[in-house]
Design a protein around this ligand. Sequence first.
Ligand SMILES: N[C@@H](CCC[C@H](N)C(=O)O)C(=O)O
Length: 264
Amino acid sequence: MKNVTFFKYQGTGNDFVMIDNRTEFFPKKNVELIEKLCDRRFGIGGDGLILLENDATADFKMVYYNADGNESTMCGNGGRCIVSFAHFLGIFSKDTTFNAIDGLHHATINENGIVALQMIDVVKDTIKKDTEFTFLFTGSPHHVAMVNDIQNFNVFENGKNIRYSDQYKPGGTNVNFVEQLSNNSFKIRTYERGVEDETLSCGTGATAVAIAMNSLGKTAANKITIQVQGGDVQVTFDQNEEKYYNVMLTGAAKQVFKGEISID
Ligand SMILES: N[C@@H](CCC[C@H](N)C(=O)O)C(=O)O
């Protein structure tokens, strides 16, 4: 048995177990252990687990696991939370660059703990537009569909059906349902792959929705407020004929508590 110090973070209600793994002590291949640490009854509880590690070319590296214990693609809210954690650890003071599965990310943190995180560029040709939905990759795959009366919409059942549908096999996708609130604001609810449930917020999902809505002509704005179940995030971007770039996801990221847990 070994005692492991962990921190709990949340970004608009998307919550993560955060571990400083710069000494590389953590058993990264132990899927069952990661799943158990994320379990809300048998473990700490979280939508995912994130390791902060040393990196040869950047200030630090982010390694992200979904609550099912498997390493996955980019997590936007997790990215904002690990920036806050790195700031707490004294790794940087105002701005940082870190490595993640989808490449380098630049980020800043202000005195109120608001983190602005640069997301990957989205090439316009890669955005798939269907009559019923839009599909795009913002570090993670996202299906985006507009619905009416989103608050009463069955996100779990509809999200699960789309996530496991033949068109997304074998990898699956995250699924976002969207309702337009104003010229430049949208309310979204997201079913997350790897959590296999609705989460209170998804950062790559909010980013995908903002870009999809601009791409569909639902908004001409390049500063878009996305209301998620756990609060608000802002997505800003520039664009040219080829792509969306300078894509920034901005919102609060907070340390909730620190603890110690025994692992085998
Ligand atoms: N919560 C995340 C997305 C995490 C990855 C996702 N579940 C997947 O496996 O694709 C976010 O904030 O972006």
